[in-house]
Write a protein that binds this ligand. Structure first.
Ligand code: NDP
Length: 601
């Protein structure tokens, strides 16, 4: 592991103590139960502000593949299926258009903090070259629509439609897809790409429902109220006292924009994020070598190698993510193998302390009021929370119209009243309250219980998994649920560049469909293949305990309770996982195919 800040001072014992104290201030006994879903009486927070659903008759027809979700996962599945020659592909999406998270998140300042030339998929295929190193959300959303147009995915798409049940018709060997628009159509295959952080969540603060001012969640920005666009100019806020709850990756992007436009901004912070250098800039095709064929694939693979802890001749992206790869992918065997465990941990801690000291100094160097600067300093290890990046965030706190209200001692905001927010007994009067409080983790789609999946013999997926945990082959397919392919992080590999991971999953799912079509087969791995996969995941599973013991709570560690039980992802990282999938397709794909018994519809 490289340590660019070898000489930065740190005292491990003092840091441990401080980290533990800060964690104890924040851990709540109610853990994840502290949050509320944005549904039922809070459904207003999740309603689509961008598109009025179009009237249409319910569908009873049949398609080859139903793809659930129209974000990058679903779009990539559709595109890769088209490349395999599949004709009837129907993407079903809750939003009014393609884009997924980039459809919903249009808040002021929205950008992707992964370099656009590696984050935006299918640049080689669409001939598009992003204009910024870190692209604004609108450019990303338009690229999602570009891929959908290129691969004719609008043709059969259903928007403003949520899938409510999937039922395997054993006699016909097809899925019946039911939706909240009354559809009940058939699909030979189903690919689920429902995302991981999609359903907005609210803090379970007493009195939220009593607030008489205006309120919304960042993923449903109300420009009708604020005025302006994602680039700012929110003239509607010029005479408003605005409060924002949450200083995660979203809050960090929104807060400087609100600071610019609101009469006064109150930032209610519970845990400060790490906020590293952004250095965004316009880029040209020449900057990224976009005149060469395959340039985007090469750049993306280079990035994935570095952030996955594999060696690479050069660092093409060269940003804060790649510089901190050793800290982020701390638990990969490729890093852990460097020396014995004690030596690894102490080298890791030295590098981590140096990085965190650097980030704490950044606050001191920028924020002029020492008390405010002190509150903004993060006290935990770098990878405990999602790193963030901004050159505008800290300067916003030097403005006269911005007040930082630290809520760590009271475990967050105490109460909302008709006229504002109460922290530590003080009421802050507000006209508008914005929730940048993030999303429920893993609560959408087929793992949520909200979308029941009935497979062979009527077995329900979550019931089947209830006793011994999820069982899959490569995270994508499972026994008892034929022709169902699940995209997402479950039991495969993840990465900070999640669109890359999704693309590899899409390639795999499309290859399975093509092979099944060619063989007249159904896709269904035998139980033995699942057993072998679970054993592979467990064999070299990293020990997270020493790391999480001092981590501040958040969605990375189930609000302070450590990692979920059971095998996690593939322990050797995304690059090795993609290699494994490719080899399996070339040599062993037959093990997941069994002959069809019913004729193909
Ligand atoms: P997060 O879950 O990361 O942050 C939620 C924030 O709300 C935290 O600061 C949290 O504090 C705070 N909060 C929650 N409850 C309370 C309460 N009762 N009182 C006070 N504060 C409270 O959500 P985000 O939307 O910021 O980010 C979610 C994810 O979306 C990111 O982690 C990232 O993966 C992705 N994202 C990616 C971006 C990109 O550029 N690629 C941009 C934006 C988001 P605490 O930390 O104490 O829990």
């Amino acid at each position: 592991m490289t340590n660019p800040h070898e000489s930065a001072p740190h005292d491990p014992a003092a840091l441990h103590k401080r980290y533990r104290l800060e964690r104890e201030r924040r851990v709540r006994p109610d853990g994840a139960a502290q949050y509320r879903d944005a549904d039922a009486e809070f459904g207003y927070y999740a309603a689509d502000p961008y598109t009025e659903p179009a009237e249409r008759a319910p569908l009873r027809d049949a398609v080859d593949v139903a793809v659930i979700g129209g974000g990058f996962g679903g779009i990539l599945a559709g595109a890769r299926l088209r490349q395999q020659g599949v004709e009837r592909v129907r993407i079903v999406e809750k939003g009014g258009d393609f884009g997924g998270t980039w459809y919903w998140n249009r808040y002021p300042g929205v950008h992707c903090d992964i370099e656009s030339h590696v984050y935006l998929p299918m640049l080689d295929e669409t001939g598009y070259v992003p204009e910024w190193k870190y692209a604004p959300g609108e450019e990303i959303r338009r690229h999602a629509m570009r891929i959908a147009r290129t691969f004719h995915l609008y043709e059969d798409a259903l928007f403003s439609t949520g899938v409510t049940a999937l039922t395997w018709d054993e006699a016909a060997e097809t899925w019946i897809v039911a939706t909240d628009r009354g559809d009940a159509f058939r699909a030979t295959y189903v690919v689920t790409a429902t995302g991981t952080l999609t359903d907005p969540k609210l803090p379970g603060i007493p009195g939220i429902e009593d607030f008489e001012g205006h309120t919304f969640h960042t993923s449903r920005w109300d420009y009708a109220y604020t005025g302006g666009t994602p680039r700012g100019g929110m003239t509607g806020l010029a005479d408003k006292r605005v409060g924002i709850v949450g200083t995660g990756a979203t809050g960090i992007q929104v807060i400087p924009m609100l600071a610019e436009d609101a009469a006064h901004l109150y930032v209610f912070q519970r845990t400060p994020s790490t906020v590293d250098v952004r250095a965004n800039r316009r880029t040209t095709a020449g900057d990224v070598g976009a005149d060469r064929e395959g340039w985007a694939r090469e750049r993306r693979e280079n990035y994935l190698r570095i952030v996955s802890g594999e060696s690479a001749d050069q660092d093409l992206v060269a940003d804060a993510w790649t510089a901190s790869a050793g800290l982020l992918e701390k638990l990969l065997p490729s890093f852990r193998r460097q020396g014995d465990r004690e030596a690894f941990e102490s080298a890791y801690e030295a590098a981590d302390a140096a990085k965190m000291n650097e980030l704490r100094s950044r606050v001191e160097d920028t924020v002029t009021d020492p008390e405010t600067a002190d509150k903004l300093k993060p006290w935990y290890r770098y990878a405990c929370k999602r790193p963030t990046f901004s050159d505008l965030y800290y300067p916003a706190f030097n403005r006269g119209n911005v007040t930082l209200v630290d809520t760590a001692d009271t475990h967050g905001i105490e109460r909302v009243t008709a006229h504002g927010v109460v922290v530590d007994g003080t009421e802050y009067a507000l006209d508008c309250l914005v929730f940048a409080t993030g999303f429920n983790v893993g609560t959408s789609g087929i793992h949520s219980g909200k979308l029941p999946v009935h497979g062979r013999g009527g077995a329900q997926l979550l019931h089947t998994w209830a006793r011994r945990g999820p069982r899959t082959l490569h995270g994508l397919t499972c026994n008892g649920f034929p022709n169902l392919m699940q995209m997402g992080p479950l039991q495969n590999a993840s990465s900070v560049n999640f669109t890359h991971v999704l693309d590899e999953q899409a390639i795999h799912a499309a290859a399975l469909v093509a092979a099944a079509e060619a063989e007249g087969a159904c896709v269904e791995p035998p139980r033995e293949a699942e057993d072998a996969w679970l054993a592979t995941l467990a064999a070299d599973a990293p020990d997270h305990e020493w790391f999480h013991a001092e981590c501040t709570p958040g969605y990375y560690n189930r609000e302070g309770r450590g990692r979920p039980n059971g095998p996690g992802g593939y322990p050797h990282g995304a690059v090795a996982f993609h290699r494994l999938l490719k080899e399996w397709r070339e040599t062993s794909m037959g093990e997941a195919l069994r002959p069809r018994t019913a004729p193909r519809v």
